[in-house]
Write a protein that binds this ligand. Structure first.
Ligand SMILES: Cc1cc2nc3c(=O)[nH]c(=O)nc-3n(C[C@H](O)[C@H](O)[C@H](O)COP(=O)(O)O)c2cc1C
Length: 406
């Protein structure tokens, strides 16, 4: 594990993870076993550029992450823990030996550049399609509730295509331990691949969120009904991953109030307060929230009352480090850190377009704009060809190996 320093951050008392002094976006912070130089995190970002066949990370992916190694912490793109866990064309996995070796290229390169990287462990549940599943089987879910919207698959011509979701198969109670084992294997493989830790993807309408939220979970067994039962799978997965990594080398991502991937909950305050209270008891390195106030922040408007209430409740319930993502710029990130509403800020789209984002935020330099047309799939274009400040001033960009990505 690279870049771990065993000294408490300025303003942090030994044995207490949340800093007490008034911090800024650029004050150092201790996160689990690691000392971070600042608080600008790279959010997990699916880019659908794993090598094919086999969804294997490649030297091109290593180049992309290395360019972004000045992040306080990189959270990798969501990475399926099993073939069944895949929901989009060309996303990387962490279930085969080849994938472990591919990820090793990434972690070694990021560490050589002085960075730190966690792997985001992912199972999409119903947000998939038979063409992405083993033997064209239907995707699995807590209940047979079809999502609105479309899946991103590879068509017969080898191109990306959006096709309507199908009705998923509801999991049998007997299958539940095997799902937990998929995450556990992913966690073990992430350890072998040289990551500094892992983040359990409990957000954005994927499997764990589908169990957590009442709109997608109609079960009447011990995995459905009350918040306690709906949070059971999430907590079982967290415990299995913690047994591999230690709780202080892992985080969990949740997205309260989000409707992304057709998710909804009848009583989100009760559901998420329960889940976060349980997670709090486990001593994780951090909780990562997709900010329910993201769109308001982005517009420069005050957050909606429900979003504010959720944020305040979860900040109060969660005693450890809080990472918030969604809609931030340099000013709002600084303000939210100073006001103690978050400990670290994760940036998504701005990190896609600005490999040296922390330096640009610190120096109040201009930002490159991101191009949504090149988010998913393809090679270097819109991936490793965004320039750093130094390159914009004349430095020659380092060559990335652009071996065929499929
Ligand atoms: C292209 C793209 C891919 C994303 N992939 C993931 C992902 O793999 N896992 C995840 O938890 N969130 C994912 N997100 C959400 C981001 O992590 C982040 O929460 C979101 O972009 C809001 O932050 P921003 O306003 O700074 O972009 C993705 C977002 C974008 C734009």
């Amino acid at each position: 594990m690279a870049a771990t320093v065993e000294t408490p951050a300025a303003g942090t008392r030994a044995g207490e993870s949340r800093p007490s002094a008034s911090p800024s976006l650029f004050s150092p912070i201790r996160l689990g076993r690691m000392q971070l130089p600042h608080r600008v995190v790279m959010a997990p970002l699916t880019r659908s550029r794993a090598r094919q066949p086999g969804n294997v990370p490649s030297p091109l992916n290593a180049c992309y992450y290395t360019q972004r190694a000045s992040a306080a912490l990189i959270v990798s793109e969501a990475t399926q823990v099993s073939m069944q866990g895949q929901g989009y064309a060309w996303t990387p996995g962490i279930h085969s030996q080849e994938q472990v070796q591919g990820w090793r290229l990434v972690t070694d390169a990021v560490h050589a550049a002085g960075g730190r990287i966690f792997l985001q462990l992912w199972h999409v549940g119903r947000i998939s399609h038979p063409s992405l599943q083993p033997d064209f089987m239907p995707p699995i879910a807590p209940s047979a509730v079809k999502p609105q919207g479309k899946a991103f698959i590879e068509n017969d011509l080898g191109e990306g295509e959006l096709v309507p979701f199908v009705t998923p198969r509801a999991l049998q109670l007997e299958e539940m331990p095997y799902l937990v084992r998929q995450y556990e294997r992913g966690a073990r493989n992430a350890l072998k691949a040289g990551f500094d830790g892992v983040e359990v993807h409990g957000a954005n309408g994927y499997l764990l969120d589908q169990f957590l939220c009442s709109g997608t979970n109609r079960r009447t067994d011990e995995y459905g009904g009350t918040p306690e039962r709906r949070a059971r799978l999430l907590l079982e997965v967290v415990d299995a991953v913690a047994a591999v990594w230690g709780a202080d080398a892992m985080g969990v991502r949740l997205s309260p109030l989000s409707q992304y991937n057709d998710i909804r909950d009848d009583d989100p305050l009760a559901t998420f307060t329960y889940a976060v209270r349980e997670l709090n008891a486990r001593g994780l390195a951090y909780l990562h929230l997709v900010n329910p106030a993201a769109s308001a922040i982005e517009r420069g408007a005050p957050p909606e009352p429900a979003a504010l209430q959720m944020l305040e409740r979860l900040r109060e319930t969660w005693k450890g480090l809080l990472v918030l993502a969604g809609g931030f710029d340099a000013r709002s990130a600084e303000q939210w850190i100073r006001e103690g509403r978050a400990d670290l800020i994760a940036f998504g789209r701005k990190f896609i377009a600005n490999p040296d984002l922390p330096a640009r935020l610190r120096d109040e330099a201009g930002l490159n704009g991101d191009d949504p047309a090149t988010y998913y799939g393809g090679g270097q274009k819109g991936y490793t060809d965004y320039l750093s400040l130094a390159q914009q001033r004349g430095d020659v960009p380092k060559e990335c190996v652009d071996e065929s990505w499929r």
